[in-house]
Design a protein around this ligand. Structure first.
Ligand SMILES: Nc1ncnc2c1ncn2[C@@H]1O[C@H](COP(=O)(O)OP(=O)(O)OP(=O)(O)O)[C@@H](O)[C@H]1O
Length: 599
C-alpha cells in the first residue's frame, strides 16, 4: 500500500466537535422553549449579579417606615415585608442563594455519580458490586431526615447542606450512568474501539460518555430543581433564617397572607421561573443533542483521484507463506460459569496455526465456537469467560498472559479485526472519518492520520472518500460500512487479520466485492488472515488451509485442496455437500479456482 501522502487538507476531524457544538446551538436557537428558558435563566442570573448596583438596600436591612410597604413605594419597588425589608433586594439575593445551592448540590452529585457510574459500568466485576452496594445503601437513607438530623453539624449553612444533599442524590446519577454504560459496553463498536487499540480512558470519555451525556443533562436539571426546592423548603421551615431565600420569603409572606397576599407572589414567581426554566432548557438541550446525530452533513467536492492513484500504484507483489507460525493456538478451551457454579465449556481444546502471509479458514455451523475462538485470540471475551490453553501466542508472545495494556498495544499493529455486522461496529454518534482517525492518532499527528484515512478509504474502493469521511454510519450502505471497517483494520498494517464472517450481513453482489478486496489487501500487505466463516465457498475463494469446527471442537484441519477432495470427517463432507446443493459455490472446481484467484 502506498505511503505517499497527498498535500494535507483542512483538518475536518479536529473541527468535528466544534461543528457539533454549532449544530446544537442552532437547534437550541430554533426552539422557542429553549430560547425562552435560556433568556429567563440568563436574566435571573444577571439580575442577581447586578444586585449590588440595582438595589438600594441590603436584603437584611429593616426600615420601620416600610413595614408592609405596598408595591411601587419609592426605593422599595416591590414593597416591604412584615419586617420592613426591601422585597426587591431580597428577591435578587434569593436567586443567588438558589443558584448557588443548585450548583453545589448538582455538581457534587454529578461528579460522584458520573465518575463511579462510568467506572463501575465499564469495568464491572468487584468494583461494580461494591459501588452498587454502597450507592444502594445511600439511596435507602431518608434524605430530608438526614439533612435535618445533621443540622447541628451544618449549623444552618445552606452550602454545607447542599453538599450533603449532592452526596445523597448521587445514587440516582450513578444508577443512570452505570446502566447506560453497561448497555453501551456491549455495543460492537466498543469492541471495535478496543481492537483499534484505544485506551480505556479514551473509550470511556469519548464513546461511552457521549452516549450518556444527554440523560445526564436532564438528570442534572432535575437535581438542580430538587436542590433549589429542598433549600427553599428548609428555609421555609426556618433553617438558615438569616439567609434571604425564596423559602424564608414565602414563610414570611404566609404570616401576612390575608393582609398582603402580594408578598407571596414575588418569591413564588421567582421560584417557579427558576426551576421551570431549568427543566425546559434541559429538555430542549436533550432534543438538540439527539438531533445532531441525524443532521444532514455538509458535502465535500474536493477530488482525491491522486490519492487513489498513489494508493494503487505501489501495490507490492503477493508473498508466499513463509511457513513460520505467526499465530499459534493449542488446546484452547473456553468455559462460562453456570448459575450453580459449574462450568459450561463452549470451546474444547481447539488448536490452529496461521503462518505469515497465510489465509486460514475457521469453518463451522452457527454456534460451533468460531467467534469465541477468534475473540479469545483478540482478548475480547467477557470477563466471566474461563480461558485456558497449552499455548496461545502471536509472533511468539503469549496472548493469555498479557495485561490489558499489553493487549491494547498488540491490537492494531499485531492483530486487527473485521467484524460480522459492519453497522453495529461503527459508533452512530461520530463520523466515519473521526472514528478511523482516532485509531491512527496513537502513531501519527492528526493531519497525517486524516490524510492516511482518506488514502485508505480510496484504497478500499470508496468512490468519494471525503464525503464518506464526513458521513455518519447511518448515511452509508452496509457494503460501504464494511469497506470502512476493512480500511480501519488494515490501517495499522497488522500482522494478523481476523475477519469474522465479513460478508454475512451483506447482499450477494457486495459479498463478492468484499471478498475480492480482502484477497487483494492480504496480498498487498502480506497479512496472515484468520477467516471465520460458515461458508465453504468463501473458504475455496480465499483460504490456503482450513480448520473445521463442530460443537466447540476442531474436527478436521488441512489444506483446502485436500479437504475439498478428500474430507476425512463426515461433518466436513456434509458442510461441503450442503454448499454444493445450494449451488452457492460456482461450477468450476473450487480448489483450482481458489488457487487461481488467490495466487
Ligand atoms: N457469554 C457467553 N456465555 C455463555 N455461553 C456463551 C457466551 N457467548 C457465547 N456462548 C456460547 O458459545 C457457543 C459458541 O458461540 P460462538 O459465537 O463462538 O459460535 P459461532 O460458531 O461463532 O456462531 P455464529 O456463526 O452464529 O456466530 C454458543 O453455544 C454460545 O451460546
Amino acid at each position: 500500500m502506498s505511503q505517499q501522502l497527498a498535500p494535507p487538507g483542512p483538518d475536518r476531524t479536529a473541527a468535528a466537535p466544534a461543528k457539533r457544538k454549532r449544530r446544537v446551538t442552532r437547534a437550541l436557537l430554533r426552539n422557542p422553549m429553549a430560547v425562552g428558558s435560556v433568556v429567563t435563566l440568563a436574566a435571573m442570573t444577571l439580575l442577581c449579579l447586578l444586585a449590588p448596583v440595582i438595589t438600594s438596600h441590603d436584603p437584611m436591612y429593616s426600615s420601620v417606615e416600610h413595614v408592609n410597604a405596598p408595591t411601587g413605594t419609592e426605593g422599595w419597588w416591590l414593597g416591604g415585608d412584615a419586617q420592613g425589608r426591601d422585597m426587591w433586594s431580597r428577591l435578587l439575593a434569593s436567586i443567588g442563594v438558589s443558584l448557588t445551592a443548585a450548583l453545589i448540590g448538582t455538581g457534587v452529585s454529578i461528579v460522584i455519580g458520573v465518575v463511579f457510574g462510568l467506572i463501575a459500568g465499564y469495568v464491572g466485576r468487584a468494583i461494580d458490586s461494591i459501588a452498587s452496594w454502597v450507592f444502594n445503601l445511600v439511596l435507602a437513607l431518608p434524605t430530608l431526615l438526614i439533612l435535618i438530623v445533621l443540622l447541628p453539624v451544618t449549623r444552618g449553612s445552606y452550602q454545607l447542606t447542599m453538599l450533603l444533599l449532592g452526596v445523597m442524590l448521587s445514587p440516582g446519577v450513578y444508577r443512570l450512568v452505570r446502566n447506560m454504560v453497561i448497555g453501551v459496553r456491549r455495543e460492537l463498536y466498543i469492541d471495535a474501539a478496543k481492537v483499534a487499540g484505544l485506551s480505556t480512558w479514551r473509550i470511556l470519555t469519548r464513546h461511552v460518555f457521549f452516549v450518556v451525556r444527554g440523560p445526564i443533562v436532564i438528570q442534572a436539571a432535575f437535581i438542580a430543581t430538587i436542590c433549589i426546592n429542598v433549600q427553599a423548603g428548609l428555609a421555609f421551615l426556618g433553617v438558615g433564617a438569616n439567609t434571604p431565600s425564596f423559602g424564608s420569603m414565602i414563610s414570611q409572606a404566609f404570616t401576612n397572607l390575608y393582609g398582603h397576599p402580594v408578598q407571596l407572589l414575588w418569591p413564588t414567581l421567582g421560584l417557579v421561573a427558576l426551576t421551570g426554566s431549568l427543566i425546559l432548557f434541559a429538555n430542549a438541550y436533550r432534543d438538540a443533542l439527539a438531533g445532531t446525530t441525524t443532521a444532514a452533513r455538509r458535502r465535500s467536492r474536493r477530488a482525491i483521484a491522486d490519492v487513489t492513484r498513489h494508493a494503487d500504484e505501489a501495490a507490492p507483489a503477493a508473498e508466499k507463506p513463509t511457513g513460520k507460525a505467526l499465530l499459534t493456538v493449542q488446546d484452547l478451551s473456553i468455559a462460562y460459569p453456570r448459575p450453580d457454579g459449574s462450568l459450561n465449556e463452549v470451546v474444547h481444546k481447539v488448536s490452529l496455526t496461521v503462518d505469515s502471509g497465510e489465509v486460514v479458514g475457521l469453518v463451522g455451523e452457527s454456534g460451533s465456537g468460531k467467534t469465541q475462538t477468534a475473540f479469545a485470540i483478540l482478548g475480547l471475551l467477557p470477563h466471566e469467560a474461563v480461558v485456558t490453553a497449552k499455548e496461545a501466542s502471536l509472533d511468539g508472545r503469549p496472548l493469555l498472559a498479557m495485561t490489558p495494556a499489553e493487549l491494547r498495544k498488540l491490537r492494531g499493529p499485531g492483530v486487527a479485526y473485521i467484524p460480522q455486522e459492519p453497522m453495529s461496529n461503527l459508533d452512530p454518534s461520530f463520523t466515519v472519518g473521526s472514528q478511523l482517525v482516532e485509531a491512527l492518532r496513537r502513531t501519527m499527528p492528526r493531519v497525517q492520520a486524516r490524510q492516511r484515512v482518506l488514502e485508505l478509504l480510496a484504497r478500499v474502493g470508496i468512490p468519494d472518500p471525503e464525503r464518506t469521511f464526513d458521513s455518519y454510519p447511518h448515511q452509508i450502505s452496509g457494503g460501504m460500512a464494511q469497506r470502512v471497517l476493512i480500511a480501519g483494520a488494515v490501517a495499522t498494517h497488522p500482522k494478523v487479520l481476523i475477519a469474522d464472517e465479513p460478508t454475512t450481513a451483506l447482499d450477494v453482489t457486495v459479498q463478492a466485492e468484499i471478498l475480492d478486496l480482502l484477497r487483494e489487501l492480504q496480498r498487498e500487505l502480506k497479512m496472515a488472515v484468520l477467516l471465520v466463516t460458515h461458508n465453504f465457498g468463501v473458504v475455496a475463494d480465499l483460504c490456503d488451509r482450513v480448520v473445521v469446527m463442530r460443537d466447540g471442537r476442531d474436527v478436521e484441519t488441512g489444506e483446502v485442496r485436500q479437504i475439498f477432495s478428500r474430507p476425512a470427517h463426515e461433518y466436513t463432507k456434509s458442510l461441503i455437500d450442503s454448499i454444493l446443493d445450494e449451488e452457492t459455490l460456482r461450477t468450476d472446481a473450487p480448489v483450482s479456482k481458489a488457487k487461481e484467484g488467490a495466487r
